[in-house]
Unconditional design. Structure first.
Length: 287
């Protein structure tokens, strides 16, 4: 049976209030008494009841979740489901989650959701910093107000973010370069293909491309790297134009490097995909 504060108080010959002050490091307690309480707590394996502590504080913690709308890009359905699965477990701790889902193809919608999240006066934020410049401004504002922000999927390399959860995009690009180099295909051109506009404002995409180019340079691989951005990636004519371009360069192509999950708009269409060797950027990015 777990030892309680009442048990520690009885063994130490002090009040429960004194034990509480010692264990929570608040208030003045004689050093001799403090050491005695801590020794008993350690000896009997006392573990603080976090749930009870949170309930006694009776303070609501508001967490803002700023993510791309999974109904627009299904890549984000799993992260959304993961958060929702944990939401019920966090409610007893006084944690309230509010979602701010944005169109990841619309920077204005992103800014609108960031503004709404800011006005909600959150205690913490989980952010997918899809658009770099707008994200940096938001992070600076949160940092000024001592609000922790955890970034997911895109790393910004700034001190204003509390932490980051996701892939190392630079290493992703370097790994792709190594995989290309391991093949025995006697061709030197690589198409780097990004689906969607504003890719220059997306740190994770730029890092993947940089990683590939770094590997190419450092290992004298001799690739001819050509960047292709398919802005209207849901438009059949744009996808057909990409297919035609791949077919036209097929004799020179070592392979393709897709930088984001929207490639499924192209890869799922069997009429568009040819027998060219394909490399994708990262397993975590693909559907």
């Amino acid at each position: 049976m777990a030892i309680t504060i009442k048990d520690i108080a009885r063994l130490a010959g002090v009040s429960r209030g004194t034990v509480d002050r010692v264990l929570n490091n608040r208030g003045k307690v004689a050093e001799k008494v403090r050491l005695k309480v801590l020794r008993i707590a350690q000896e009997y394996g006392y573990t603080k009841n976090i749930l009870a502590s949170r309930l006694s504080i009776n303070k609501v913690i508001n967490i803002a979740i700023v993510l791309p709308d999974y109904k627009i890009d299904k890549f984000w359905k799993l992260p959304f489901d993961g958060i929702q699965n944990q939401e019920a477990k966090m409610k007893p701790f006084g944690i309230v989650i509010t979602y701010y889902l944005f169109d990841l193809l619309d920077v204005k919608d992103y800014e609108t959701m960031l503004e709404k999240a800011t006005k909600s006066k959150p205690d913490a934020v989980l952010l997918a910093p899809v658009f770099k410049q707008e994200s940096l401004k938001f992070l600076a504002m949160m940092n000024q107000n001592n609000i922790p922000v955890v970034c997911i999927n895109s790393e910004l390399d700034v001190d204003t973010a509390t932490s980051y959860i996701g892939q190392d995009s630079l290493l992703t690009g370097r790994l792709a370069g190594k995989l290309f180099n391991l093949t025995d295909i006697k061709k030197d051109k690589i198409f780097v293909i990004t689906f969607g506009h504003n890719s220059s404002n997306a740190t994770h995409i730029q890092k993947k491309i940089t990683g590939l180019k770094e590997y190419n340079f450092e290992n004298n691989a001799g690739y001819i790297i050509e960047d292709l951005v398919i802005e209207n990636f849901m438009d059949l004519e744009s996808l057909q134009a990409l297919s035609t371009q791949i077919e036209a360069e097929k004799k020179n192509l070592r392979g393709l490097f897709f930088t984001n999950s929207r490639s499924y708009h192209f890869l799922n269409n069997k009429d568009l995909v040819h027998s060219c060797l394909l490399y994708t950027s990262d397993a975590a990015d693909e559907e």
